[in-house]
Design a protein around this ligand. Structure first.
Ligand SMILES: [Zn+2]
Ligand SMILES: [Zn+2]
Length: 121
């Protein structure tokens, strides 16, 4: 006999960040549902991005890089530390700009080729 029936979780108004422990509101300043922490930009793998349902993974998702699609709105690319799945999420208005910039300039700060080469092009 099983007592573990899937109970519909009520929509939480806040959640605690899995990485830094910050309690954040579930909605960003623009009223969109938040999927990552505005402080450290970490996320949790709770959505199955291949399908459209919930994911059982629940791994921590670390911000990997920033993509800028047409339109110029920054998009954060997360990778799950448990299953390596990649996910995109829109940057929120109150996301930590320092952390965003650190991720954005990371490739420039450590290029895989000598920067002198650029002067010769
Ligand atoms: Zn956090
Ligand atoms: Zn995962």
């Amino acid at each position: 006999m099983s007592t573990t029936e899937p109970s519909p979780t009520p929509r939480a108004l806040t959640f605690d960040c899995v990485r830094c422990g910050l309690t954040v509101s579930a909605l960003d300043p623009d009223g969109r549902e938040r999927d990552h922490c505005p402080g450290c930009l970490s996320s949790r793998h709770v959505v199955d991005h291949d399908g459209d349902g919930a994911s059982a993974c629940d791994g921590r998702m670390v911000p990997l890089s920033i993509a800028v699609p047409r339109g110029g709105v920054w998009v954060l690319v997360h990778r799950c530390v448990r299953c390596d799945e990649l996910a995109e999420s829109a940057v929120a208005a109150d996301d930590n700009p320092l952390v965003l910039m650190r991720i954005a300039v990371r490739p420039l700060a450590d290029p895989p080729f000598p920067l002198d080469l650029l002067g010769e092009v």
